[in-house]
Design a protein around this ligand. Structure first.
Ligand code: OGA
Ligand code: NI
Length: 357
């Protein structure tokens, strides 16, 4: 498989990209001039120019003074109305952000056989895994992306076995990001009148942190493929660092209008995930988003998914029901939610529907 016009049978493609772990980067390394059929979206799922909202944008919130009540108010409002905002002046040094993005490039520029060492079957630890697409064995159409996922567990020794190109950069980024995650959750829970805020945050909302180095290689047919289909994250919140390539779109106010999350140097994109929508009984909204791909540049993003621990029982907080509201959601164990989400193709906000009473 070396010719520039490689034609893949579906089984060969799945074998090469998924089972052997070469991913989309491996395909792009072959120098293919057209993408395999399995990556081609049906026309109705492509994001057209006329679906891009021209009159809306994502709030950019300056958090240099977290204690300013106006800042708390604008964060809670953005979480309730849009489910997405960007923060600037959060205090993480630019160098830490640049280094972790650079780690994404370095990892995916490793030879195919070096990357493949982190495929689930080969990885020296389950806390680091190389993946491609979203759920490649369940999806009709594959996504034009690969990612290396790091599960961070405090005091866990397994991070020693993470790749040498990403280990220090990811750990350093987490160290700086954690107080920001805590601050954001504190503000958002205060907005719900939650009483034991710090306990609730630790025990129910940030039991696991997944840090992904996501790599969207240059795509020969960017208009036909997707980096990520429409979905909401199942986290409590997601902190996303992106580079200056662009391509992340979130649901606009009007149906079928999408707002580009314009890259802002040093900013972090904050997405509200399903879990915060559920515990807040719909006060806060998880945001639907999707990612387009690029024909000229490789794109890297680094989301941190702030998730409950696997065995946490999740449901609307009592404080969110104090005014006599009826709970919209059942109580469930987070690992069931997680396994359902990853066991099927990406589908809008399907998973949260399952949690409804
Ligand atoms: C995700 C996601 C967006 C991006 O990984 O869930 O939505 O810009 N990523 O990479
Ligand atoms: Ni997402």
């Amino acid at each position: 498989m070396s010719a520039a016009s490689v034609e893949f049978e579906l089984t060969d493609l799945i074998d090469f990209a998924v089972n052997q772990g070469n991913g989309v980067k491996g395909l792009s390394n072959l120098g293919i001039k057209t993408i395999p059929q399995k990556y081609i979206l049906p026309p109705e799922d492509r994001l057209n120019q006329n679906q891009i909202a021209q009159d809306e944008s994502i709030a950019v919130i300056d958090v240099s003074n977290w204690d300013d009540p106006k800042i708390a108010a604008s964060i809670c409002e953005a979480a309730a109305k849009r489910g997405c905002f960007q923060i600037i002046n959060h205090g993480i040094p630019l160098e830490v952000l640049e280094n972790v993005k650079e780690a994404g490039h370095k990892f995916f520029e490793l030879p195919d056989e070096e990357r493949r060492k982190y495929l689930k079957e080969n990885s020296p630890t389950p806390t680091v895994q190389l993946k491609t697409s979203f759920s490649p064995l369940a999806e009709k159409v594959l996504e034009w992306k690969d990612y290396l996922t790091h599960l961070y567990i405090p005091d866990d020794e397994s991070s020693k076995l993470w790749p040498s190109v990403s280990k220090d950069q990811v750990l350093e980024y987490i160290k700086w990001a954690k107080p920001i995650i805590r601050k954001l959750l504190q503000l958002l829970l205060k907005g719900l009148n939650v009483k034991k805020i710090d306990e609730t945050i630790e025990s129910q909302l940030m039991g696991s942190l997944y840090v992904n180095l996501v790599y969207y290689p240059i795509c020969p047919n960017p208009e036909l493929a997707s980096g990520a289909g429409r979905h909401s994250d199942i986290s409590a919140i997601t902190i996303l660092l992106q580079d200056d390539v662009g391509g992340l779109f979130v649901q606009g106010t009007k149906a079928d209008q999408w707002i580009h999350v314009t890259p802002v140097k040093g900013a972090l994109v904050i997405n509200i995930g399903d879990i915060l929508q559920i515990v807040s009984n719909d006060r806060y909204k998880s945001v639907e988003h999707q990612v387009t791909v690029n024909g000229r540049r490789n794109r890297v993003s680094v989301p941190i998914f702030v998730d409950p621990a696997a065995d946490t029982v999740v449901g609307p907080f009592p404080e969110a029901l104090e005014s006599g509201e009826k709970p919209i959601y059942k109580h469930f164990v987070y690992s069931d939610y997680f396994n359902y989400f990853f066991g099927k193709g990406l589908g809008r906000k399907q998973t949260i529907e399952l949690a409804k009473k």
